[in-house]
Design a protein around this ligand. Structure first.
Ligand SMILES: *Cc1c(COP(=O)(O)O)cnc(C)c1O
Length: 484
């Protein structure tokens, strides 16, 4: 006998469920064959089951839904899931946000040469093979040699990102000891990367010195004792301190009298090579850091360096060797395809071709006037047949402010130009832009959608134009359907 009362006394009479379609029956329907072909049978099966479950939970004994109604409801739900699934995989996106190093969009776009080399090395590749001798080679030897020469350092080492570089540098130099950091540099980089947590995870005790706004060389001098493992300087990449502010330079820290086994580590974050003086920014370059002679300098590969996600460590041979030999290194090593992209990017810097070949610098170098004419050309051609225009829609060129982003140059705004799309439902318009091929990510305000041209490459302008046109037509369709 079944003792569970809910099983013996049905809460809903089964008649209400009589019309629910069977999964097999639905899978055979011609409307779904295209989805099965595109997204695979297991996906579609899952969507059907979820839809039937949700319909079942909403059915009541009074439900008058016919079998045809229920089938339509399931098919609609499957179409909705297919739409979501089509957007989900990683793909190229047009960045019309005006933020060049947009973290949500993967920070720096790669040079064409880097993209080509990624494709090529996705097969077998000589990542640990010397083609001259046929013997095993050190992984990443060439890219490290090039990086060392580029940065004018003794040696280089590459890991997954600058966060990993910081952890490795701390763990390999100061585990079980203390590392000294100014209170003005205990930063949060974003994405949960907070310096005190990095210390904990690295097994290094944090010794805070100075105050939020002022730390003197003598604070460092008096903090150094037998427990000191390292001195870490962290660049304030994503915020600015103004006013009554002091801290020693990296050169002063490097010259500090101390045990030679206590390295000075300079975490630059957005370290860059290419001359940014045209932007009127006073940021420390990688070469300046290395010339000041700290033991190690760390920076990201995908911020102002313009390469793939990676953490680059340059500095003195003794310390680089110690990091390379640390067991954590194996867990932080970079993938062959990423390494190939980094190698291509380093070659571009090395040859002095950053301005012509790195999309980031092309974007930074384009004048506001040029961006304005690009925006105007597209806006003029946006005139659609009036029947396919959503009511109340208009487009015009406006001046805009773009930013470097990615937690770099926080106060730097770059005059730009944008296509402003006005419509009563800016969010719906932005959603349709994300459904274009390739998707377009815009900047949305209460009243309009802004498509900033600063981060859109010249080769992408045609795609941007056709993407806007198709998004507008889809919005018009959507509104018509909602009205009808
Ligand atoms: C951005 C940044 C990091 C983290 O770099 P990722 O490459 O994102 O891991 C670390 N330190 C500083 C100072 C930074 O600006």
């Amino acid at each position: 006998m079944n003792k569970d009362p809910t099983k013996t006394i049905p809460l809903k009479p089964p008649s209400a469920f009589r019309n629910l379609p069977q999964v097999d029956e639905l899978l055979r329907r011609s409307e779904l064959s295209e989805f099965i072909h595109r997204f695979s049978r297991p996906h579609v099966l899952q969507w059907i089951r979820t839809a039937i479950d949700s319909i079942r939970s909403e059915l009541t004994s009074e439900s008058r839904a016919s079998k045809g109604d229920l089938i339509s409801a399931v098919l609609d739900a499957v179409r909705h899931q297919a739409d979501k699934e089509a957007l989900a995989p990683m793909k190229r996106v047009i960045n019309a946000t005006g933020v060049l190093l947009h973290t949500n969009l993967g920070r720096s776009p790669l040079a064409q040469a880097a993209r080509t080399r990624m494709l090529e090395t996705a097969a077998y590749t000589n990542v640990e093979l010397d083609l001259e001798t046929g013997k095993r080679a050190k992984r990443g030897q060439r890219v490290c040699n090039l990086l060392a020469r580029l940065c004018r350092a003794e040696e280089a080492l590459v890991v997954n990102n600058c966060a990993a570089a910081t952890m490795l540098a701390l763990a390999a130099t100061a585990t079980g000891k203390e590392a000294i950091v100014s209170r003005g540099q205990l930063v949060e980089i974003g994405g949960g990367f907070r310096l005190p947590d990095v210390f904990k995870a690295s097994g290094v005790r944090l010794k805070e010195i100075g105050t939020t706004n002022r730390t003197y060389l003598r604070d460092y001098e008096s903090a150094i004792d037998e427990n000191t493992g390292a001195i870490l300087r962290v660049h304030r990449s994503n915020f600015k301190q103004l006013g009554f502010v002091t801290e020693p330079t990296i050169a002063e820290l490097a010259q500090l009298k101390r045990d030679p086994n206590i390295p000075v580590i300079d975490d630059l974050g957005s370290g860059y090579i290419y001359d940014l003086s045209f932007l009127d920014v006073q940021e420390p370059t990688v070469r300046q850091s290395v010339a000041a002679n700290p033991q190690l300098t760390l920076f990201s590969g995908d911020k102002l360096f313009g390469g793939p996600q990676s953490g680059i460590i340059v500095g003195q041979t003794k310390w680089i060797s110690r990091l390379r030999a640390h067991p954590m290194m194996r867990a932080m090593r970079i993938d062959k395809v990423t390494m190939a992209a980094l190698e291509a990017t380093v070659e571009i810097h090395f040859a002095g071709n950053a301005e012509e070949q790195l999309p980031l610098y092309q974007s930074l170098r384009t004048s506001q006037g040029e961006l304005h004419s690009r925006a105007a050309r597209i806006t003029e051609r946006l005139s659609l047949p009036s029947g396919s225009m959503p009511p109340g829609f208009s487009a015009q060129v406006v001046a805009s402010d773009s930013r470097v982003g990615g937690g770099t140059l926080p106060e730097k705004s770059l005059p730009s130009a944008a296509i402003e799309l006005r419509h009563a439902q800016p969010d719906s318009l932005a959603a349709q832009l994300r459904r274009s091929t390739p998707p377009i990510q815009a900047r949305v305000t209460d009243a309009h959608v802004l498509l900033d041209l600063r981060a859109v490459a010249v080769e992408e302008l045609d795609d941007l134009e056709s993407g806007i046109t198709s998004a507008i037509s889809r919005l018009a369709e959507e509104l018509k359907t909602a009205d009808g």
